[in-house]
Design a binder for this molecule. Structure first.
Ligand SMILES: *[C@@H]1O[C@H](CO)[C@@H](O)[C@H](O)[C@H]1NC(C)=O
Length: 137
């Protein structure tokens, strides 16, 4: 029975997380404008399979706190394939150009990314969320 050994191996493989490099924290963005969102995925792991990702925008009124991206992604600006290209610096990355809705509430907002993948030789489903705080002007 080889299954327990395979499961133990799968458990030691960590998810290949993604990070938002652009826009930077605190970037001011006008409603109605296009925004480049750059997502990097450091390293390479042959046993990791990208399913896709979503980019969302959650306005955070001044008197309220933003919900973490892991529970609220907000208005979906993009949902689909994640196909990063290798970059000699060491991280694979992909640029997404999204349009900020014209009537987005002005003030602080959270740009969130949810990334889905299959991890390890057993292909364990993994969902990861990350975010950056921006300012809608
Ligand atoms: C991705 O976006 C960054 C930041 O705007 C830019 O410097 C870079 O040239 C873009 N890369 C591609 C392949 O478009």
């Amino acid at each position: 029975m080889k299954l327990p050994a395979l499961l133990a191996l799968a458990a030691t493989v960590t998810a290949q997380n993604v990070f938002i490099t652009v826009p930077a924290e605190g970037t001011e963005i006008a409603g109605g404008s296009d925004l480049v969102v750059q997502i990097i995925q450091p390293g390479t792991q042959s046993s990791h399979v990208n399913i896709g990702l979503a980019i969302g925008l959650q306005p955070c009124p001044p008197e309220e706190l933003c919900y973490p991206a892991s529970s609220v992604l907000g208005y979906a600006l993009y949902a689909g394939a994640f196909d990063p290209v290798y970059n000699p610096i060491g991280s694979s990355y992909q640029n997404f150009t999204v349009t900020i809705p014209e009537r987005t509430i002005k003030g602080p907002a959270m740009l969130g990314v949810a990334h889905a993948g299959l991890v390890g030789v057993m292909g364990s489903p993994d969902l990861q969320a990350t975010s950056v705080q921006v300012m809608i002007i």
